[in-house]
Design a protein. Structure first.
Length: 202
C-alpha cells in the first residue's frame, strides 16, 4: 500500500430562496414582488484526510497489558510525528480503558486495553504512506477515514454565491416574460427558512 494515491471528490451544495425581488416601475415595489429559487453545486478534490486508528492489547493481567498498550500507542504516535504529522494534528488517548474479557460462559477471562488516535493528514494524496507508517509502528485497528477540505467555508461560500446568481437569473426571466424588470433583492433564505439577508425597512 506504500505510495498509494487516494482519490476522492467532495461536493458542496447550496439551495436558497430569493424572496421578493422588487419589480421596477412600480409605485409600491414591496407589494409587487416575485420569489425565485436557486441551487448550485461545487466540487473539489479534498486536501485533508481525517484518520482514526488505534491499538488493542489483551492479556491475563491488567498491569502487563497496560504497560505494553501504552508503549505501542506511544510508538505509533511518535512514528507519525517522525513522518511529518504535526503535533496539533494528533489527538487521542482519552479513549483508553481497561476492561475484562469474558469467555463463552460469561466468566472473566483476561483483560483488554484499547487506545484511539485521531490523525489529520494535510497531504491527502500521500495518506496511504502515513497509514503504512502507523501499521508498521503497531496500529492494528482502523475506525474511520474521511476526506475533507481545509477551507470548507470557502467551498460553501462559492456554492452559495452561484446559487444566488442562478436564482436572480430565474427571476429576470420570469420578469422579462411579463414585460417587467427585476429590481433589488428584498430577502434571501435557505431551505430551512433561515434568513441570510433581508432588506431593512426602518
Amino acid at each position: 500500500m506504500m505510495g498509494k494515491r487516494w482519490v476522492a471528490l467532495l461536493t458542496a451544495a447550496a439551495l436558497i430562496t430569493l424572496t421578493g425581488f422588487s419589480l421596477q416601475g412600480e409605485a409600491a415595489p414591496q407589494a409587487d414582488t416575485l420569489t425565485a429559487n436557486g441551487s448550485a453545486t461545487v466540487e473539489t478534490t479534498p486536501d485533508v484526510v481525517r484518520l482514526t486508528l488505534g491499538i488493542q492489547e489483551e492479556g491475563a493481567t491488567p498491569s502487563a497489558i497496560w504497560q505494553t498498550g501504552w508503549e505501542r500507542f506511544a510508538a505509533v504516535r511518535q512514528a507519525l510525528l517522525d513522518a511529518g504529522i504535526a503535533e496539533e494534528d494528533l489527538s487521542g488517548g482519552t479513549d483508553l480503558y481497561l476492561g475484562q474479557n469474558y469467555n463463552d460462559n460469561g466468566y472473566p477471562d483476561g483483560y483488554r486495553f484499547r487506545a484511539v488516535l485521531e490523525v489529520t493528514i494535510r497531504d491527502a494524496e500521500n495518506a496511504g504512506s502515513y497509514i503504512d507508517t502507523a501499521i508498521a509502528a503497531g496500529a492494528d485497528v482502523g475506525y474511520s477515514l474521511q476526506y475533507a477540505v481545509s477551507d470548507e467555508a470557502a467551498l460553501y461560500g462559492e456554492a452559495l454565491g452561484r446559487a444566488v446568481q442562478n436564482a436572480r437569473t430565474s427571476a429576470e426571466r420570469l420578469a422579462a416574460a411579463s414585460g417587467r424588470q427585476v429590481g433589488r433583492v428584498l430577502a434571501i433564505r435557505d431551505p430551512n427558512g433561515v434568513t441570510l439577508y433581508e432588506e431593512r425597512t426602518d
